[in-house]
Design a protein around this ligand. Structure first.
Ligand SMILES: NC(=O)c1ccc[n+]([C@@H]2O[C@H](COP(=O)([O-])OP(=O)(O)OC[C@H]3O[C@@H](n4cnc5c(N)ncnc54)[C@H](O)[C@@H]3O)[C@@H](O)[C@H]2O)c1
Length: 357
């Protein structure tokens, strides 16, 4: 039986709680699909800063690089209450997150946005607008204006450079087209090609990749301003969105509001040797240790790990269906249900045990 080596970074506050819940689900699933997992828990974030003097110890980095996938909970502590918030910038917890992403060389950030049946009322948008929303935003993560040179802030002038090379656009386009093949078969590439040369280049390269390698996938283009309107007006129209670092940063946060709860959102960062999978939410110190953390985002991140990191599509679907069933029966307290972390986890495990295999 194949054993996948998982590097597990539980992190702080509710991080370990949602990770424990997710491991219970992975264990329930594994033997049914002919594989198992070995877990190596590694210090990371505020707890690592306390024990090792850095949020990202060297040994954690090395173990992540040698794993089949990295599963992360959440990191961070409340300002002023913990000493790690008074440390120099390079020792801050956020630098650990950026550090591990950089070390793993992940260049594609995948953020699904799904509105679950029966939970439409949580959205700040009208239920009839959001019902059935199920999209995946693929954001380029290591290029574009956040990293372009030259870049400066002088007394009389500021400058940032938006630059993309052909290989950078080709590889992110492939991630989007591959994902679309596993989903609804449609990619929307978002740019500002009516104004920006770099966007015209982006659009031409994406079209080239589609014509040469993915003619079975539908491709459309939207300007970013129109895309922002469409996401709010009619989010159901999207399947896979692919876009640059800057536009993806803004649009993925806009879209994250649509399902109405942070606790439900998973994410993946892929493209390097090893992928990193983590819920979108933070460490939620306000609810830690009270059986209140919604583990759905972390469990759905594990489903993304199975799909995009380990190529185990059937097992990924089994987690997603079990989470969806448990949410429909009786969701967690943050969503208006009565289940705590433990009871929700047990419900997901039950759904997997009954149906998978
Ligand atoms: N990727 C990460 O690890 C990450 C992301 C965002 C924030 N942070 C850090 O987390 C700490 C807290 O930040 P914040 O309060 O702004 O954001 P947060 O996501 O931790 O919490 C925001 C609100 O959502 C609730 N919430 C979050 N996740 C939940 C879940 N799974 N179930 C139920 N409720 C949930 C919290 O109780 C809180 O009221 C800070 O130190 C911040 O830097 C880390």
């Amino acid at each position: 039986m194949k054993t996948y080596k998982l590097a597990v970074l539980p992190g702080d506050f509710i991080g370990p709680e949602v990770i424990d819940a997710t491991i219970a689900v992975l264990d329930a699933l594994s033997s049914k699909y002919g594989f198992s997992f070995s877990y190596t828990r590694l210090p990371f974030g505020g707890s690592a800063l306390e024990s090792h003097g850095t949020p990202l110890p060297e040994a954690t980095k090395v173990a992540c690089g040698a794993a089949d996938a990295v599963l992360l909970g959440a990191v961070g502590g409340p300002v002023g209450r913990h000493p790690w918030n008074r440390v120099p910038r390079e020792q801050r917890i956020e630098s650990g997150l950026l550090g591990i992403r950089k070390y793993l060389g992940v260049y594609a950030n995948l953020r699904p946005v799904k509105v679950f049946k029966g939970l439409e009322h949580l959205s700040p948008l009208k239920s009839e607008v959001v019902r059935g929303t199920d999209m995946l935003i693929v954001r380029e993560l290591t290029g574009g204006i956040y990293f372009g040179k030259p870049s400066y802030n002088r007394a009389d002038e500021g400058l940032s450079t938006d630059v993309y090379t052909r290989p950078e656009v080709e590889r992110i386009a492939r991630v989007a087209f591959e994902a679309a093949r596993l989903r609804g078969g449609k990619v929307t590439s978002i740019d500002k090609a009516n104004v920006l040369d770099v966007s015209q280049f982006w659009r031409e390269v994406v079209i080239g990749v589609q014509q040469a390698e993915y003619s079975g996938v539908e491709l459309e283009h939207l300007y970013v301003d129109n895309a922002a309107m469409q996401l709010v007006r009619s989010p159901r129209q999207f399947d896979v969105i692919v876009t640059s670092n800057l536009f993806g940063d803004i649009l993925s946060d806009l879209a994250a509001v649509i399902p109405g709860s942070l606790g439900l959102l998973p994410s993946a960062s892929v493209g390097g040797q090893v992928g990193l999978f983590e819920p979108v939410h933070g460490s939620a110190p306000d609810i830690a240790g009270q059986d209140l953390a919604n583990p759905a985002g972390a469990m759905l991140s594990a489903a993304m790990m199975l799909r995009y990191g380990l190529n185990e599509e059937a097992a990924a679907k089994a987690i997603e269906q079990a989470v969806e069933r448990a949410l429909a029966e009786n969701p967690t307290k943050d969503l208006g249900g009565t289940r705590g972390t433990q009871a929700f986890t047990e419900a997901v495990v039950r759904a997997i045990t009954k149906s998978a295999g």
